[in-house]
Design a protein around this ligand. Structure first.
Ligand SMILES: [Zn+2]
Length: 736
């Protein structure tokens, strides 16, 4: 028996309350710990998470871990780490920490000063989309919220460069961004366009006024940089220099390299981005926040949700500074002016809009779906999940929670941060201004979107910088998706046709290898849930796991193939086929969040329902289902953007679809015309049209031979000596 008496003097502060250990003696070797706890009146335990199982026994006072009474609340807690239970909870990634709460997943609002390139797409946009799709399959109340960050100074700078108004720039690039997301099969549930939303400016002004009314954000005179010649206020895109922390070349206010904010006057050898005059240092009165004073609140916030180590390390670095005074208004003609009249010519800094835009987005979504969610009264019940690049970490995870603490002190925001690093293109940073980019709109189409999504999932920079090359992408599509997945699925379809008349057989007799293979598929299902769930979200691992399903099954199929046609082993043979079909069905569900278009098409080919629910277990394709896998083309040859070959392939694919009356979305590039069912009369018609358009006479034998449509396109390009006609095809393809 263990006897422990409560002793108020032995307590220490932990999780916001007072705790004192209880010596559990021999029982401790069984993994059980215990402690006394005290909550003073009006206090509560700080939110925290751990995976121990814990029991509280209240000994005196009133309340739970919120002391609602007038005397101390004394309790004893007993906790143990039940490894089985912890692993069960971890595997059940569907609802942990989320429950029935509304979950708001945000992809960082892009600045509409350019389109979306595949560097953008690989990070927050693909991440949020796959995350939301997986959560939805698990029954979570989840929404993808997006927006455009219209009042960025970079928009005004782009407008100056392009000789049009900021509003025109916003309208143009917002439309392009929306179109690119659509091509990527990403459809957010709500999009906020800050410069075109009628309610927005007033709501933002009210948020800013709450910051000012708190007394924490005050008018302060501070040092600032001005153009030596024009006197223009220099910040963000208008100034460049060395980062005061890491020395890298950087713009004003944030360093993409080390993630730390700068204040422009502290840049090493600053210079204006246009003009040659030396900048001069002066002073200016702006509304300013002493961020350092909110250190404890921001760090406490990082205990609530998922805050990756690299984010916590950045916060630690920034708060080591003695002062971090952040100006929250800046002189500009583009943005929302505060209602306060004492900073004439200033706008509310756009990074306040980021923080406010999230809760405003929730309010707007609520209005649409009939929920009374309000930006001025955010709820502890809300679960927010952010997807962002490392260069935005300061704004999302340090500045925003500080602003929330001031504007809505009663709110405890619960936020998960999913941060990605930089994606490089051919070893160099993607750059909109230098045109060092591959634009989503140039490479995405119904034939290529699944390949792009898979390749970006596989290679996106989750824990380190990674590199995109077009050649590597094309290789992965050809070898992994076409050469491995599609080949297996086609071959499986051919065997089901030959041996079972195209109908899924029932499993018969199970061998030990069959049982082992099913167990392996179950493991893959569990692994996939771990990759896509909120605790360990990783699309790199998800893509690897998808490929693992295909590889496992190919290995199994090769092994079982030895007895496939032996009559004596017929009952075992149909079990093997039923299990291969089960693997294909598993691929449907596991791929759905990552490659939704492929998953839906594979489901249709397998004769099963579209994948709307995450499976609890691996199941067979029902016996008797008609399977149509043998001639499916799931993955088109990836077109290199804006090459003659890509343009011609796009033209030829369209022509083939038209001639054979195939649906618009049908992928034809890596199929032969014969496989697509061409008749010889149609081949002659096709030959004539190609000749007329390109001047190249492709023989009917070539058309009916074993070249794929993509290879035929290459053949035409290589044989043309009429550059004009090719240029015309290109022009039409680009214009189309
Ligand atoms: Zn730096």
């Amino acid at each position: 028996m263990i006897i422990s008496t409560y002793d108020a003097d032995s307590l220490h502060r932990s999780f916001g309350i007072d705790l004192g250990e209880i010596d559990m003696g021999a029982v401790e070797s069984m993994g059980v710990g215990a402690a006394w706890g005290r909550v003073a009146p009006g206090l509560h335990s700080d939110p925290h998470q751990h995976d121990e199982t814990e029991t509280f026994v209240i000994v005196s006072g009133r309340g739970d871990l919120n002391n609602t009474g007038t005397a101390d609340l004394i309790f004893a807690t007993f906790y143990w780490r039940d490894a089985d239970r912890a692993s069960r909870v971890a595997a059940r990634t569907d609802r942990r920490r989320f429950g029935d709460r509304p979950v708001f997943a945000f992809s960082t609002p892009p600045t509409p000063n350019g389109g979306l390139h595949i560097g953008h797409l690989s990070g927050p946009y693909l991440g949020t989309d796959a995350f939301v799709r997986f959560q939805r399959m698990n029954g979570a109340n989840v929404w993808h919220l997006a927006g455009t960050d219209d009042f960025q100074s970079y928009v005004a700078e782009c407008a100056r460069r392009e000789g049009r108004s900021p509003a025109e720039v916003v309208a143009h690039y917002s439309a392009e961004i929306e179109e690119t997301l659509r091509l990527m099969d990403i459809e957010p549930d709500h999009v906020t366009h800050t410069s075109r939303d009628e309610r927005y400016p007033q709501a933002l002004q009210a948020f800013f006024s709450r910051l000012v009314d708190s007394g924490r954000v005050t008018r302060q005179e501070g040092a600032a940089l001005f153009d030596g010649e024009t006197g223009q206020y220099l910040y963000e895109p208008y100034v460049t220099g060395g980062c005061p922390t890491c020395g890298s070349s950087t713009g004003g206010n944030i360093c993409e390299e080390c993630g730390e904010p700068n204040f422009c006057v502290d840049l090493v050898k600053p210079r204006p981005t246009s003009g040659t005059a030396e900048p001069r240092e002066g002073t200016i009165i702006r509304y300013t926040l002493s961020l350092r004073e909110l250190r404890a609140d921001v760090l406490a916030h990082h205990h609530v949700g998922r805050a990756p180590a690299r984010l916590r390390e950045l916060a630690n670095r920034i708060f080591q500074r003695e002062r971090v005074d952040v100006a929250l208004t800046h002189p500009s003609s583009w943005g929302v002016r505060p209602t306060q009249q004492d900073v004439p010519g200033h706008v509310i800094w756009v990074w306040i809009e980021l923080a406010f835009g999230f809760i405003y987005g929730i309010e707007s979504l609520g209005r649409k779906i009939g929920k009374d969610w309000r930006a001025d009264a955010p709820q502890d019940d809300w679960k927010i999940v952010h997807f962002l690049g490392y260069d935005n970490t300061f704004y999302h995870s340090i500045l925003s929670p500080a602003l929330y603490k001031i504007a809505n002190p009663e709110w405890t925001p619960d936020v998960d941060y999913n941060v990605n690093e930089f994606y490089l293109l051919d070893g160099d940073k993607f750059s909109t201004s230098r045109r060092h980019a591959i634009w989503g709109k140039d490479i995405l189409g119904p034939d290529s979107v699944d390949g792009i999504r898979f390749y970006l999932a596989l290679t996106r920079p989750e824990t380190r910088r990674t590199n995109f090359t077009l050649a590597e992408y094309e290789k992965v599509v050809q070898e992994t998706l076409v050469g491995t997945w599609q080949r297996w699925l086609n071959d499986l379809g051919a065997r089901v046709e030959r041996q079972y008349g195209g109908i899924a057989p029932d499993a018969g007799i199970w061998t030990p290898e069959h049982t082992a293979f099913l167990a392996r598929l179950e493991n893959r299902l569990g692994a996939m849930a771990g990759c896509l769930g909120q605790d360990g979200f990783s699309l790199n691992r998800a893509a690897e796991t998808l490929h693992g399903i295909a590889e496992d099954t190919l290995r199994f199929a090769r092994f079982e193939g030895a007895v496939a046609d032996i009559e004596d082993w017929r009952d075992e043979g149909r079990t093997a086929i039923a299990l291969e079909l089960a693997a294909a069905k598993l691929l449907v569900h596991c791929a759905a969040p990552v490659m939704p278009r492929f998953a839906a098409r594979l489901a249709a080919a397998l004769g099963i329902a579209p994948p709307t629910e995450w499976p609890r277990t691996v199941t067979l394709v029902p016996q008797g289902t008609r399977v149509n896998l043998a001639r499916q083309v799931f993955f088109g040859a990836p077109p290199a953007p804006e090459t003659p070959q890509a343009a011609l392939l796009s033209y030829l694919s369209g022509l083939v679809r038209e001639t054979l009356q195939l649906p618009e979305a049908e992928q034809v590039a890596s199929a032969t015309l014969v496989a697509l069912g061409i008749k010889s009369m149609q081949a002659i018609a096709l030959q004539y049209q190609i000749l007329e358009r390109t001047g190249v006479d492709v023989t009917v034998e070539d058309l009916l031979g074993d070249r794929t449509v993509a290879q035929l396109a290459a053949l035409i390009v290589n044989n043309t000596d009429n550059a004009d006609s090719l240029a015309q095809v290109r022009k039409e393809a680009v214009g189309a």
